[in-house]
Design a protein around this ligand. Structure first.
Ligand code: NAD
Length: 344
């Protein structure tokens, strides 16, 4: 049983904590929070042990929130930490909290690649993370792009180049102070955007260029993907590969899927916890193929897409060698779409 703690209990951290508590081979020892807000209350109500900075113990106790100890005590009780703090805090935590302790760490995509020995995506490079001490799960957009690339590489289909235009959600639903509200922002104003660099932190030799704008939406990102293969490929082959690849969901407009909002209505209707859709969602009829070129449109649920990857990263760090078994265990535990998927 791997003992895991989560530091940072926001959008990603709370989901990772829930996912850890569903794994048969992991025990969630506790979660760390710095502020005694409603999220801390929810954590305690869920039965999660709460750890806080030493100097804030009194503050939490004064607000009546039950705590189990300091963050130092949490660190003494775990084998692995998932650091889900905002970008830039993880690297500070590495220096101040993790480096001098016998603990392995999964960082998130907001950190620079140098924070870890390896940047991680389960389909793309699980094997390279086995037994490492520090791993960084790449960001939501990068995770989605890497899954698409991996779907083809794992089927021995060579890609000449990949171009992706990303319409980024402006903010997560709870981020009331972020925008844009009535605008479309070049985000970033330069091409390529950092996503291409991030993809290369996992697959260095890929020819990829990405560009991105931010739009006034909180639901999901939308990717317009342009793939050029080394040899001609048929529409049927592409569709077959995407249907069979774990963590890629292909939805059809003939079944009524024509918008991102509908995807989340569907997720609510089928009882997905928090309406999360951790799979890449590819719109089937957007797939266009002409000889060596293919286009497709996919939605990326930024709040949940990296959660399965965090679980696999924990297993890889602790030396679990069976990549496909890990991916399968994770997908089953998180109730992901598995019918017709090929694991390995
Ligand atoms: P968030 O702001 O929702 O959550 C971060 C939490 O960490 C907050 O509750 C904050 O109070 C807490 N925190 C800050 N400093 C802390 C500290 N020193 N110790 C303990 N807790 C601390 O952020 P998020 O969206 O969950 O992002 C976390 C990481 O995941 C970032 O690296 C981000 O880039 C990455 N990520 C975010 C998304 C997304 O869409 N939200 C998707 C993929 C990856």
């Amino acid at each position: 049983m791997v003992r895991v703690g989560v530091i940072g209990f926001g959008t990603i951290g709370k989901r990772v904590a829930d996912a850890i508590s569903k794994q048969e081979d992991m025990e969630l020892i506790g979660v760390a929070k710095t502020r005694p807000d409603y999220k801390a209350v929810v954590a305690v109500e869920k039965g999660y042990r709460l750890y806080v900075p030493k100097e804030r113990i009194e503050l939490f106790e004064n607000t009546g929130i039950k705590i189990s100890g300091s963050i130092d005590e949490l660190l003494d009780r775990v084998d692995v930490i998932v650091d889900a703090t905002p970008g830039g805090v993880g690297i500070k935590n590495k220096e101040e909290l993790y480096k001098h302790r016998d603990v392995k760490v999964v960082f998130q995509g907001g950190e620079k690649p140098g924070v870890a020995e390896i940047s991680f995506n389960a389909l793309a490079n699980y094997e390279e993370a086995i037994g490492k001490r520090y791993v960084r799960v790449v960001s939501c957009n990068t995770t989605a792009i890497l899954r698409i690339i991996s779907a083809f590489l794992l089927n021995n289909i060579a890609l000449e180049k990949i171009r992706v235009f990303i319409a980024r959600r402006g903010a997560d639903p709870h981020e009331y102070s972020r925008g844009p509200i009535h605008d479309v922002v070049l985000d970033p104003p330069t091409i390529p955007s950092h996503h291409a660099v991030d993809v290369k932190s996992v697959i260095p030799k890929i020819d990829i260029v990405t560009s991105a704008i931010a739009i006034p939406v909180t639901l999901a990102h939308l990717h317009f993907v342009h793939l050029t293969f080394k040899e001609g490929i048929s529409l049927d082959k592409i569709v077959d590969i995407l249907y069979k690849t774990p963590r890629i969901l292909v939805v059809e407009s003939t079944k009524g899927f024509k918008s991102v909002g509908q995807l989340f209505e569907w997720a609510k209707d089928i009882g997905r916890y928090r309406n999360d859709i951790p799979e890449n969602i590819v719109f089937r009829e957007s797939i266009y193929v002409s000889n060596r070129e293919a286009l497709l449109i996919m939605a990326v649920h930024q709040e949940s897409i990296v959660i399965p990857e965090n679980i696999d990263a924990i297993r890889a760090l602790t030396g679990y060698t069976d990549k496909w078994d890990s991916i399968k265990k994770t997908d089953r535990s998180l109730n992901l779409f598995m019918e017709g998927k090929v694991y390995g």
